[in-house]
Design a protein around this ligand. Structure first.
Ligand code: TRP
Length: 333
């Protein structure tokens, strides 16, 4: 009998301006995993609203993220692509998990501590990780591909799975996080000490997946470098150049070592020209595909309908067990 594929699930937030940090750290990985795993990829719109969002923008960003998933190579025949809010089991399990989560666990989450200082503390932001745990546990995945900054949330997910299982009997599988070694954290082009971010003060911090050729070339031209001339990977002494090398390596699928050899004796200018070429070459077809998809939203909505149906079927099966185990009154129809 053929062995069933292992399950992988992940999401990205619908917050607009997706950049190459999102691509390298998340979407690219999803695309690589979709052949090997039964893959679920969703847009976390309900997580996006844990900080205030403009309603029309949120709608646009959500659809944009789906276009980008598809333009970057996610294939709806292999991957279940859906929008979180279309599958109400997520919020249902999220609520139930809240009732098992000590406030102390949520108070120590790094992401909460960082974001709450900036935005003021909303309960939704505080409870962000329990919704994320629900997103995951509903599908019984083996692995969750995420960026480094999400590892703590996956740990909490495992803690909550154990907690539920010990209280109500074996129900949830404990998932593993899948973090790539290189490229998990792409840093800002204007400040390699901080992660690349769409909310950075300057647009020169990031390369948007949809940036034009001119924008890409210009941003790479002015990206900061380090003192010295050598092009080598050494994040401690050459944080800026190391970051650019990682970007090049991830975009060209050439190992860092090979790139170091290739650029031995070359100067920053030559290196940057090559990097800009690679980015343009990689991102142009994505931009083109994105524009095509944006011109045929109906076909994308069909994909989302199909995705939501499949996700709902799978997660509803989990919820039936959960409702039964925790003692909710069943079967009134
Ligand atoms: N919190 C994740 C991020 O910001 C997005 C996310 C939401 C997610 N739910 C998830 C990732 C479930 C993996 C699994 O990157």
């Amino acid at each position: 009998m053929a062995k069933e594929k292992e399950i992988a699930i992940s999401g990205i937030q619908a917050s607009g301006n997706l950049h190459i940090g999102n691509y390298i750290g998340a979407i690219k990985q999803f695309v690589e995993l979709q052949d090997q795993y039964d893959m679920y990829a969703f847009v976390a719109d309900l997580h996006a609203i844990t900080v205030p969002q403009e309603p029309d923008k949120l709608r646009k960003n959500t659809l944009d993220a789906v276009y980008l998933y598809l333009a970057c190579g996610l294939d709806s025949a292999k991957t279940t692509i859906f929008v979180q809010s279309h599958v109400p089991t997520h919020t249902e399990l999220g609520w139930i998990l809240n009732t098992l989560t000590p406030m102390g666990e949520l108070e120590r989450m790094t992401q909460f501590k960082e974001k709450s200082n900036k935005e003021g503390s909303l309960a939704g932001l505080f409870n962000y990780p329990t919704l994320m745990a629900a997103d995951i546990l509903l599908y019984g995945p083996d692995v969750v591909p995420v960026g480094e900054d999400q590892i703590q949330h996956i740990e909490l997910t495992r803690t909550l799975a154990r907690k539920f299982n010990s209280r109500f009997g074996e129900t949830f599988k404990e998932p593993k996080d899948l973090v790539q070694k290189e490229g998990a954290r792409i840093m800002g082009l204007d400040d390699p000490a901080k992660k690349m971010s769409k909310s950075a003060a300057s647009k020169n911090n990031y390369i948007g997946i949809l940036d034009s050729e001119d924008e890409i070339r210009q941003k790479i031209k002015i990206a900061v470098t380090d003192s010295g001339k050598e092009i080598k990977y050494d994040p401690a002494t050459k944080p800026a150049v190391s970051n650019l090398l990682v970007i090049m390596s991830q975009m060209s699928n050439e190992p860092l070592k090979d790139l170091e050899e290739k650029f031995a004796g070359k100067n920053y200018g030559e290196f940057k020209n090559m990097l800009a070429d690679i980015l343009v070459q990689k991102l142009s077809p994505i931009r083109k595909k994105y524009n095509e998809l944006a011109n045929e939203p109906e076909s994308v909505l069909k994909i989302l309908q199909k995705g939501a149906k499949k996700a709902l079927g799978k997660s509803e099966a989990t919820m039936k067990i959960v409702r039964q185990k925790i003692g909710l009154l069943m079967n009134i129809d």
